[in-house]
Design a protein around this ligand. Structure first.
Ligand SMILES: Cc1ncc(COP(=O)(O)O)c(C=O)c1O
Length: 383
């Protein structure tokens, strides 16, 4: 018998409530609505749905997405400022490839999305954490760091950050800091790559305005994704930037050769959006993920002091009791039937093992409550 080959990235571990994966809950994925959108796309566009796509992305998606972004942020974007990508990771990979040379330094938030660190370092650049305080990236200290790096003869042109409902902290940069950060970019001639992947997953209050909306010229490039709002398997996202960079992206050899990225999926996404299915889907998943967050946070409050309540996104970032390390805790937690990611992987410089990241996206509320109790039991055993 030939064993079946795996279909998905996720690996289930029986007996373990795994809070390590930041993936959508399988039953939150819009299988039936996507099937409907696929059929209507093929009926409506016929062969154009299966042809090589326009370099910037199919017009119907660009138009719908521009309207959508305009509803979620004070600054939308013009068609010339939009390039459709195969998700946020692909967007980041393209930007690092185009805007750096090997040996450059790229600044990152700390902690930051751990897999972005991999995408960035794939390009032969060095990553340096920007100085932070309790509110997030500290612009004055960052300016000093940039000065020092440049005086040492190294080139630094990019800063990557997830300022809204961040992975791994769930926190958002306060608005005054956002303004200061964009000012810093302007003065220091840095480009900020704003990873805005979680903007639409708001549970309480209103989502902060983007860095992109505060920029006056080309200080900010924004990347977005449908991985969290619709489905990661689509591998669909976008880049917003000034038109010159968008033209360079669309003019790359692989686009000339293969057409716009993920054309058929992108056109189907346009149908999904225009038909109202996107709005209906978000209206379903927001309360669902809010309920999952509440179950995890409420459960943790019985077990750990100072649990923060993320207003959006998928993650809770926990400071461990003094002296306890995430790597040390992990095997103990797994023996109690719960898992997580240790905090060290979210820093490029060896810090972070005094924290852990717990994702609440994949599990039902009752399992999240149980996972919180198991986590508490592991803490008591380890401490
Ligand atoms: C901040 C952030 N950016 C990007 C991604 C990946 O996005 P995509 O699936 O569109 O490549 C993730 C997924 O966890 C994320 O948390």
């Amino acid at each position: 018998v030939i064993p079946a080959r795996p279909i998905t990235q996720f690996v289930s571990r029986p007996g373990i409530l795994d809070l390590g994966w930041g993936h959508p809950a399988p039953d939150a994925l819009p299988v039936a609505a996507w099937a409907t959108a696929t059929v209507s796309t093929l009926e409506r566009y016929g062969s154009a749905a299966l042809a090589y796509g326009h370099p910037h992305g199919p017009g119907p998606l660009v138009d719908w997405l521009i309207r959508r972004i305009g509803n979620t942020d004070p600054r939308g974007c013009a068609p010339a400022e939009m390039f459709i990508t195969a998700g946020a990771s692909h967007a980041l990979d393209l930007l690092i490839s185009m805007l750096t040379e090997p040996g450059d330094i790229v600044l990152v938030d700390a902690p930051t999305y751990h897999l972005a660190l991999r995408v960035i370092t794939d390009h032969g650049v060095d990553v340096l954490p920007a100085p932070t305080d309790i509110a997030g990236i500290e612009p004055e200290m960052t300016a000093r760091l940039v000065g020092g790096v440049r005086r040492a003869g190294r080139r630094v042109r990019l800063l990557y950050t997830v300022p809204t409902y961040a992975n791994p902290t769930g926190a958002s940069l306060p608005e005054p800091r956002r303004r200061d950060l964009v000012d810093l970019a302007r003065h220091e001639q840095l480009t900020i790559i704003e990873d805005d992947t979680y903007r639409e997953l708001t549970y309480d209050g209103t989502v902060p305005r983007s860095l992109w909306s505060l920029a006056s010229a080309d200080e900010v490039v924004r990347i977005g994704s449908f991985a969290k709002t619709v489905a990661p398997g689509l591998r669909l996202g976008w880049i917003n930037s000034d038109g010159a960079l968008i033209d360079r992206l669309a003019d790359r050899g692989y686009v000339d050769s293969g057409g716009g990225v993920n054309h058929t999926v992108a056109l189907t996404m346009a149908t999904f959006g225009e038909s109202g299915a996107y709005d209906r889907h978000l209206a379903q998943i927001r309360p669902r993920y809010r309920g999952q967050r509440d179950a995890l946070v409420d459960g943790l409050r019985d077990e750990v002091p100072d649990v923060t309540n993320p207003a959006g996104g998928w993650f809770v970032w926990i400071r461990l009791p003094p002296g306890l390390s995430g790597c040390h805790l992990l095997p103990i937690a797994e023996s109690h039937g719960v898992s997580f990611l240790d905090g060290g992987r979210f820093f490029p410089d060896g810090r972070g093992d005094d924290h852990v990241r717990l994702a609440f996206s994949m599990l039902a509320p009752a399992d999240l409550t149980e996972a919180a109790h198991r986590f508490g039991a592991a803490l008591r055993r380890a401490g």
